[in-house]
Design a protein around this ligand. Structure first.
Ligand code: SF4
Ligand code: SF4
Length: 167
């Protein structure tokens, strides 16, 4: 079967109707459409509960570092993003208890794949994947977060799993 094509006039051959239709759609969205762009980084996505963002260390409600430097997370981390330097025991002056905590704790955020294994394996509930998904830095060294930075970003975790309790 031979399909007979209609002959295009000059206006159609210059793509006139298609261009006008395109502009009509653009103008409709420009004046009446809802905003779909975001002023990043001032505006950011609101991520749902349970979102696995960057892993940070947390303190207990009394301000103590919860991590006991057991190094489980370091062993389990698939891309070897965690590096822990364990210290000798430190006597806590307020309680007299012997506390174990990391001398240094680093996470290379360029290596981290946000898998959550460190959070799952931690016996002290000392490390959590938070909602931070946008990490930036101007050098590779800047993307290695040290203990102070991880604790500052993690903040205080309100839970009942403490290394010890004052009695
Ligand atoms: S989230 Fe995964 S990759 Fe990132 S530090 Fe934890 S175990 Fe390692
Ligand atoms: S964060 Fe948890 S698993 Fe990792 S060293 Fe500290 S206590 Fe152990």
């Amino acid at each position: 079967m031979i399909v007979k094509r209609e002959k295009l006039n000059l206006w159609e051959r210059l793509y006139g109707p298609a261009i006008v239709d395109g502009f009509k759609v653009t103008l409709r969205h420009f004046f009446f459409g809802k905003t779909v762009t975001m002023q990043y980084p001032e505006e950011k996505w609101t991520v749902p509960e349970g979102y696995r963002g960057a892993p940070y260390l947390v303190k207990d409600p009394e301000g103590r570092t919860k991590c006991v430097s057991c190094q489980l997370c370091e062993f389990v981390c698939p891309p070897k993003a965690i590096r822990i330097t364990p210290p000798g025991p430190v006597v806590d002056t307020t309680t007299g208890n012997v506390e174990k905590r990391p001398k240094e704790f680093e996470i290379d955020m360029l290596r981290c794949i946000f898998c959550g294994y460190c959070q799952e394996v931690c016996p002290e509930e000392a490390i959590f994947l938070m909602k931070d998904y946008s990490l930036t830095g101007q050098s590779r060294a800047e993307m290695v977060y040290d203990k102070e930075k991880l604790l500052a970003l993690g903040g205080v975790h309100q839970d009942k799993i403490w290394k010890w309790k004052n009695k």
